[in-house]
Write a protein that binds this ligand. Structure first.
Ligand code: 26Q
Length: 756
């Protein structure tokens, strides 16, 4: 049946009318049902092994437009609706965004599912169906306020599978109910699945704020996604979530193995489990437990599991490496405690070095250590990050298992992050180099032949301008900000963390503000965009948001400054905002303290859309710089080696830097009368004191060079053709950062799904 026929049937069945009589919401619902059904009817790719990608987060973003694209019917749906006088874009806007992730790690998992299906590999995601995703952010009195994110509508993308599994907790058994979201492969006829587990009777009562009864596990286990902080309260619930996910997931794997006609002792020949950071690490002891229940000995089970599991590390921040007190696990999942103890005993016997123990002297379990000893692969997410893991953070492990360590530089799906979000640029690329780049992103390099073609360069500038106009219009509608789309659009959008140094960006804004007040105008008007959520309990991050919102208010109010310098912080930054902001960006801010950002993936999305990076030599910025060359990126700041050395020697002293002539006025502006008149004196002075005395992520170390480099970029922007050439070179080299390339490397080096 043609899609159109089924579409007419659906609106008839649901609403007793034809599409042209439907309202936009009804059209959205019918298209969602249609896309869900067409995807679900596709067969899974069949090859040798099957991959299960375990992740506590899948930050999928809106699904309708990408699903229609993957199904290859988006253009014809658009035309059909247009003939009825309807606009597909307006209908797509009505979808609530599933925000089942915090940021990079969750979004990476979503890009990976897209690429796995596109490459016709059999691989499903395994995660949790949080009823409230990442909190909704509002600004109240220039501060962040959090509200529950109610993304789950009565009818949604989830398909009931009828499969259930029993998860044995210490205090009770709970039933895990499996829902699926189909993941169609672009350009082929296959679909994989995202498996999301849920409780049988999840709490339905509306929430007040984001607090709720963390004790009532049976009803609240899947209620909410943890924001990425070390919030002490409720940590036990997080262990409950993790065990629920991995136990149900492992049972699903063994059930499917049996359905495919294989025995449990053949697990490793037919299954690969990729562990996305340590959040799903308990799958290792849980799978051993389940295999032993099926009659395998400990030796046999441990051998299968260690040939099945592979671990990805996403961070070197010590505070983010998960460690759980054994008594937590005893309470939540007593069944795996003896297994963890035995894994630890065997590990110690072979490797007595206490630094590599799984269970430490305080009876605390180091999840990453378990993954490294008992998995077959350990990968970092960018070249520099993997080198740092090998040379310093995980050195004792690298010395034991050099062959397990490998790098897989992250990537992003250009289907969402170029084709879907930037149709103007997509059409231009198709016209200039043909559409082969859509299947083979390396073909973007063909663009290099046009680097001196003024016709192409001018068209690139036109496309960028149109995206900037569209973003400006959207901000006017959403937030009443009337922006100047002829100004330089400078954007930093990512989670708020001190190591990402949004505070250093704010110091730049202050330096420009003070200069303008003294009559030293910038070379051209600048708009500084921010998009960022702070974890609700991360006090310093919230202070930084407060500072940015105060600066926004200050520049808005000042008629001398406003024509030259604007600050625009978008409310509730999420995937949908990113899709609007990234195409409109001129300068992409990637300014983390070197060594701290494992990879970054926003940097890749901005690059692919023709933004020029202003960044430190950190994470994947290093690889971007290598690809585009020094003329086409603005780098600054101390190297990762210098930074690591400063930490080791405890040698960083912000006080001395603070007193420098160029720095003191910027930092002191935090407690100036102008700013205190707008903001909260307690918060601003807390941030001011922290910057002078602690500055753990060394903003003051790099700020002077940052300001100079940023001014140089803004100067260079004036030569429009030269700038367009930089844009072109960036787009031409973005093919490397396609997640199709990343996934092809996981397949070749780790998974071997296509036959061993
Ligand atoms: C841990 C314990 C308790 C509660 C929450 C968490 C938690 C949740 C999420 C810890 C970390 C995260 C997310 C981490 C993350 O997004 N890391 C990013 O991963 C990207 C993909 O590899 C990289 O590009 C980024 O550099 C890295 O910061």
């Amino acid at each position: 049946m043609e899609w159109k026929e089924r579409f007419y049937q659906l609106t008839r069945e649901r609403f007793d009318r034809s599409p042209d009589q439907c309202g936009d919401r009804q059209l959205y619902l019918a298209l969602m049902l249609l896309a869900r059904e067409l995807s679900a009817n596709r067969p899974a790719p069949e090859t040798g092994r099957k991959l299960y990608y375990f992740s506590a987060e899948f930050l999928m973003g809106k699904l309708l437009s990408n699903t229609l694209l993957a199904l290859g019917i988006r253009d014809s749906v658009r035309e059909t609706l247009l003939a009825m006088g309807r606009d597909l874009n307006v209908i797509e806007e009505l979808e609530p965004e599933p925000s089942l992730g915090n940021g990079g790690l969750g979004r990476l998992a979503a890009c990976f599912l897209d690429s796995i299906a596109a490459l016709e590999l059999p691989g499903d995601g395994v995660g949790l169906n949080y009823h409230f995703g990442l909190f909704h952010q509002n600004f109240v009195k220039f501060k962040q306020a959090e509200y529950p994110d109610t993304w789950l509508e009565e009818e949604n993308w989830l398909i009931s599978t009828g499969r259930t599994f029993t998860v044995p907790f210490g205090a009770m058994d709970l039933k895990a109910v499996l829902y699926d979201i189909p993941v169609p492969g672009a350009g082929n006829g296959y679909a994989n699945r995202l498996h999301l587990f849920d409780l049988e009777e999840p709490a339905r009562e509306p929430w007040v704020g984001i607090r709720f009864d963390k004790g009532d596990i049976a009803h609240n286990l899947t209620s909410f996604l943890y924001p990425d902080d070390g919030d002490e309260a409720g940590r036990l619930l997080r262990v409950y979530q993790q065990y629920f996910m991995v136990s149900a997931g492992a049972q699903l794997i063994l059930q499917e193995l049996e359905e495919r006609g294989y025995r449990p002792e053949e697990l490793a020949d037919h299954v690969v489990i990729q562990i996305n950071d340590t959040h799903p690490s308990m799958v290792i002891p849980e799978m051993i437990r389940l295999l032993m229940a099926k009659g395998l000995t400990f030796d046999q089970a441990a051998d299968q599991v260690s040939r099945t599991c592979a671990y990805t590390n996403h961070t070197i921040l010590a505070e983010a490496l998960e460690k759980w007190p054994m008594h937590f696990i005893e309470t939540v999942a007593p069944g795996i405690v003896p297994i963890i103890r035995e894994l630890d005993r065997r590990t110690r016997e072979a490797h007595p070095d206490p630094r590599t123990a799984i269970v430490d002297g305080n009876d605390v379990v180091h999840m990453a250590h378990m993954d490294i000893h008992w998995g077959f692969s350990v990968n970092g997410v960018a070249a520099l990050h993997t080198e740092i893991l090998k040379k310093s953070e995980l050195k004792p492990f690298y010395d034991l298992y050099p062959g397990k360590f490998n790098n897989k530089t992250n990537g992003v799906t250009l289907r969402r992050w170029l084709e879907a979000c930037n149709p103007g640029l997509t059409a231009l690329l198709d016209e200039v180099i043909g559409d082969g780049w859509r299947r083979d992103p390396d073909q973007l390099e063909k663009l290099m032949a046009f680097r001196e073609d003024t016709g192409v360069l001018d068209r690139l500038l036109e496309v960028k301008q149109a995206s900037k106009d569209a973003l400006a219009r959207h901000l006017w509608v959403e937030q009443g900000l009337e922006l100047d789309s002829a100004s330089v659009f400078d954007i930093q959008s990512k989670r708020l963390h001190e190591y990402k140094r949004q505070q250093m960006n704010a110091l730049y804004v202050i330096s420009k503000y003070l200069a303008i007040r003294e009559g030293r105008l910038p070379e051209r008007p600048i708009t500084v965009f921010f998009g960022a959520k702070a974890a609700p309990s991360y006090v310093m991050a919230k202070h930084i948001i407060h500072l940015i919102l105060c600066l926004q208010e200050l520049t808005e109010r000042d008629p001398r400054v406003r024509p030259w310098l604007r600050v625009a912080m978008v409310e509730n930054y999420n995937v949908t905002w990113a899709e609007r902001m990234i195409p409109a960006c001129d300068i992409s801010e990637q300014i983390s303290l070197a060594s701290k950002e494992a990879s970054g993936t926003g940097n890749m999305k901005f690059m692919a859309n023709g933004a020029v990076t202003l960044g430190t030599m950190d994470g994947a910025n290093v690889e971007i710089a290598q690809l585009v060359g020094q003329d086409n990126i603005y780098t600054f700041g101390r190297s990762s080696d210098t930074v690591i050395d400063l930490y080791h020697r405890w040698a960083y002293r912000p006080r001395d830097l603070y007193h420098r002539e160029a720095i003191e006025p910027l930092v002191d502006f935090l407690v100036s009368p102008e700013l205190l008149a707008i903001g909260d004196p307690a918060d601003l002075s807390a941030l001011w004191r922290d910057m002078k005395n602690k500055d753990w992520f060394m903003a003051l170390l790099d700020v002077e060079e940052y300001i100079q480099t940023r001014d140089r970029a803004i100067h260079d922007y004036g030569d429009r053709r030269a700038w367009a050439k930089k844009m072109l070179v960036n787009i031409a080299h973005a093919g490397y950062f396609s997640s199709d390339r990343t996934i092809a490397q996981y397949e070749k080096d780790i998974w071997h799904l296509r036959g061993v």
